[in-house]
Design a binder for this molecule. Structure first.
Ligand code: SF4
Length: 181
């Protein structure tokens, strides 16, 4: 299959893209993460994603850094805990854009699918991400849980060996504030 892989960062891509490529899929990465704050952090993660794409030899495209849209969508949910309603909106926004990217590219619905690196994180429930993905893309969404079979551990090992940038918070200003407390 042609897989459009939403990529949240270089580390998660190192694990998820490796698995998909090993399964014989053709991977196109799509970096779309308007949730990331501040912009310097966004650039670090995008650069790490580019390095992963180079290492694993897959194409990577980057979407817009439309922070304003993300801020508006989550404005009332700043007090939500990580994993709560704000995160569901954040997942949805990124998956919707990835599906749009797939359609803009004219990908054939029978031979193409989309999914996300997000499920590799031990802090993110694959069930919720997959539920949203299925709502958006139906049969065009590939439900996965990349954290299975030590997926996250293997991704970290690759990231260390490639000396990739590794962040210590999920991405948004609220998750950054949580780390600093
Ligand atoms: S904690 Fe992570 S998933 Fe949740 S809203 Fe912030 S960046 Fe998005």
């Amino acid at each position: 299959m042609n897989v459009i892989l939403h990529i949240c960062c270089g580390v998660c891509a190192a694990g998820a893209a490796h698995v998909l490529l090993a399964e014989g899929h053709r991977v196109t990465g799509y970096f779309y993460n308007p949730n990331i704050y501040p912009e310097e952090e966004y650039r670090l993660r995008l650069e790490a994603a580019r390095r992963t794409a180079e290492k694993l030899k897959f194409e990577l495209a980057a979407g817009p850094y439309d922070v304003e849209n993300w801020n508006v969508a989550t404005a009332a949910l700043g007090g939500e805990p990580e994993g709560g309603a704000r995160c569901s909106i954040c997942y949805r926004m990124r998956l919707e854009k990835t599906f749009s990217f797939m359609r803009e590219r004219g990908c054939d619905a029978f031979t193409s699918t989309f999914t996300s690196t997000l499920t590799i994180s031990p802090h993110k429930p694959a069930s919720e991400i997959n539920r949203i993905g299925m709502e958006i893309g139906g049969v065009n969404f590939m439900s996965r849980d990349f954290k299975k079979k030590d997926g996250f551990k293997k991704a970290m090992e690759k990231a260390r060996s490639w000396e990739l940038y590794r962040q210590n918070y999920c991405g948004c200003i609220y998750s950054l504030q949580g780390v600093r407390k």
